[in-house]
Design a protein around this ligand. Sequence first.
Ligand SMILES: Cc1ncc(COP(=O)(O)O)c(C=O)c1O
Ligand code: FES
Length: 405
Amino acid sequence: MFDEARTRKMPVKRPIYLDFQATTPLDERVYAAMTPWFGAGFEAGFGNPHSTTHRFGWEAAAAIDEARKAVAQVIAADPRAVFFTSGATESNNLAIKGVMEAMLSVKPELIVPVTEHKCVLESALAMERRGAHVKWLPVGRDGLIDLDQLADLITDRTALVSVMAVNNEIGVIQPLAEIGALCHRKGVYFHCDAAQAFGKIPLDIKAMNIDLLSISGHKIYGPKGVGAIFMRRSRPRVRFVPQMSGGGQEEGVRSGTLSPALCVGLGEASRVAAQQMDEDRRHVRRLSQRFFEGLRQAHPGILINGDLEKRYEGNLNLSFPGIDGDRLLSGLRDLAVSSGAACASATSGPSYVLRAIGRSRAESLSSIRFGFGRTTSIDEVDFACETINHVIDELGGLKSGDRNQ
Ligand SMILES: Cc1ncc(COP(=O)(O)O)c(C=O)c1O
Ligand code: FES
């Protein structure tokens, strides 16, 4: 469906979607897998997957367990350690609040980089109000954490380190294996928010010593409103307190009736993502390189935010020095892009992630995140590049010299 030959021939339909970090369209294979499980009509798969006394329930439960296996396979986990949730926001809340609530009386410290997603920062702050001690870890100009700094912050009172895999605003990939090894050595749980990484870059919970990992369906061409959490069951078993009281579904980790359609959708999206991860990555790498070269040739002063090498290439966050971001965005009506996180797009003000990597307020306000995905075509990228170059010229060009990085 998404092969390049087809997408290249497509006329460039506007606005061009370049906001794949905010969300992705549902893959048709995922949609096809989901439809029997929406439960339309008495015949179809409407059973409650937690009903254990009849066929309707068993069938739904079996479909969910297949989906669980597909999710687990992407991160080389035991399917019994994967639990469905409503998305990465819930998984992150569960990981941070659940673990810290269990550990508060013995190990009240929690370490969080300042560039994490809002739902991680807010969960940490919520636990601080309940007596936890949050230690904020700075990042370098490349957006990456410093392992020595992290090691210095860990004490025998630290329960949890929570570091995201791929940053949603600037795309940098944190050194997960090294963080995991350090946490393992020090006897600290390692939680990883993998909302922007799962199915896009290789992840292995054993090799990376990850104890908890958060997953979102809608970032990988799956449905919105579903996600999962991996939680290690042995060596070491993660101690945590469930955050949803109820019927004890998902082995008590997360109460509430699961949606078979959403779970099957996440399962199929995971299967497809694992199967074509290399191909997808090569595609976005080629597109982002082409896009950036096209811009830089015309405007050498454009800055890339975040490390140039350790990144997921489907995310390219650029600063346009001397250009007002709002004016630039309003000139780019044919492009669906954003200046950062979707949940922050209603609020103005500079991005806290860009400020944390040392961009000035003005540079931060002149930044745009471009996201490329499985369905993006070369023609779309070329059109976007020409449009941006044109709008920059119309706004009087970049104001600083040829500084890059
Ligand atoms: C890094 C990161 N964490 C968490 C989330 C929240 O995920 P969800 O939309 O599934 O709740 C997002 C999505 O925007 C994200 O990019
Ligand atoms: S919830 Fe998606 S970017 Fe914030």
